[in-house]
Design a binder for this molecule. Structure first.
Ligand SMILES: Nc1ncnc2c1ncn2[C@@H]1O[C@H](COP(=O)(O)OP(=O)(O)OP(=O)(O)O)[C@@H](O)[C@H]1O
Ligand SMILES: [Mg+2]
Length: 343
């Protein structure tokens, strides 16, 4: 099962440039989370901080009791082996064929025999739909295939945490849908904790259990997907709607006067767009049920009274098809939500 990632009071700057401060949230074990944020808000810097490649000035990132910020380098290095990383640019070695690219972490971090490496590499290539492409060089395949090769490489060490930095960039809408399904199917098969950084609203709205957003050097929000998808925060509404009016501008932020002018002129009408919560993607036929789904249902129902009325309604509606007293797939009974939670 995936492991929990606890982020506490994390702050990072480069020289005088503050990237973000006091970021605090927990990735629940085995659940899928998405981190949104306009370009340049420090999402990639955040992922690199979680695996200990960049050092925030304050705060902690706790994984199995190891603090990826302050622990001795040897412990950080060991804990890093729990991660599978899919980089924003694929980060494949151009002179190596796909087979060798995907085998690389196994050769680097384990003493497995070539026969065992071969079994794992071919299995992961099949998982991401790259069977038969072993001998291709990264330059000879499409961007979508490179993305999937990056994902296959992220999977070879049986990661307990998968970080994906914009897995969809450069993909067409159909490939993006396949990728969304692939991420959910992988989660069902591996029960791995996943954090996906994306600008893609289809992925954001249909894949994760939880969503967060970075803006103005803060984590604006993090919680169950229904909370963000029904949020009243102007920046969240603007981002989910893809509107020009709102706090986000071309150079990340607009000044307050511009935002106020837009509100007076009615350009900020995006705030009244109805908040729809699409159903979350389910694993494909033949895949196991997601282990995290049941844990997530319990967790979210137990925290219901901390959420806004609209988030509560969306969560109840989402679970309405399932008998809340029974849990998905007829598994163990769930605690009923507290009576005080209903409004
Ligand atoms: N090693 C570094 N040294 C100095 N500044 C850096 C470094 N890495 C990133 N930055 C700065 O940190 C800020 C955030 O960068 P980051 O790449 O994390 O943004 P992002 O949210 O991932 O953006 P995008 O959505 O475009 O990928 C940028 O201003 C960038 O220039
Ligand atoms: Mg980035």
């Amino acid at each position: 099962m995936g492991v929990e990632v606890v982020v506490e009071g994390l702050s990072k700057h480069f020289g005088s440039q503050e990237i973000w401060q006091d970021v605090t949230f927990t990735l629940p074990p085995g659940e899928v989370s998405v981190l949104l944020g306009p370009s340049g808000t420090g999402k990639t810097v955040f992922l690199k901080s979680v695996i200990g490649l960049l050092k925030p000035e304050t705060g902690r990132v706790l994984i199995n009791g190891v603090d990826m910020v302050n622990a001795p380098e040897r412990d950080i290095y060991e804990t890093r082996k729990l991660f599978g990383l899919m980089f924003q640019d694929g980060a494949l070695f151009g002179s190596m064929n796909l087979y060798d690219n995907i085998a690389f972490p196994l050769r680097e971090h384990t003493r497995k025999k070539e026969s065992e490496i071969r079994r794992i590499v071919l299995d992961r290539m099949e998982m991401v739909g790259l069977t038969g492409a072993q001998d291709k060089l990264p330059g000879e395949i499409s961007g979508g295939m490179r993305k999937r090769a990056g994902l296959a490489r992220a999977l070879v060490l049986d990661p307990q945490i998968i970080l994906c930095d914009e897995p969809d960039s450069g993909l067409d809408p159909v490939r993006t849908s396949y990728l969304s399904q692939l991420l959910i199917d992988l989660n069902a098969q591996l029960d791995t904790t996943m954090l996906i950084v994306t600008h893609n609203l289809d992925i954001a709205c249909t894949v994760p259990d939880n969503m967060g957003m970075l803006f103005r050097r803060r984590l604006v929000t993090f919680g169950p997907r229904e909370a963000l998808l029904t949020s009243e925060e102007p920046v969240v509404r603007q981002f989910l709607g893809g509107h020009m009016a709102g706090p986000i501008g071309m150079s990340e932020e607009k000044d307050q006067a511009t935002v106020e002018r837009e509100q007076l002129s009615g350009a900020a009408d995006y705030r009244n767009v109805p908040r729809t919560v699409q159903p979350q993607l389910q694993p494909s036929a033949g895949m196991p049920a997601r282990g995290a789904a049941l844990r997530r249902q319990r967790r979210v129902l137990a925290m219901l009274d901390q959420l806004s009325p609209s988030a509560q309604a969306a969560i109840r509606a989402g679970y309405a098809g399932e008998d809340v007293g029974r849990g998905p797939n007829g598994t163990a009974p769930l605690p009923r939500p507290q009576a005080g939670g209903a409004r």
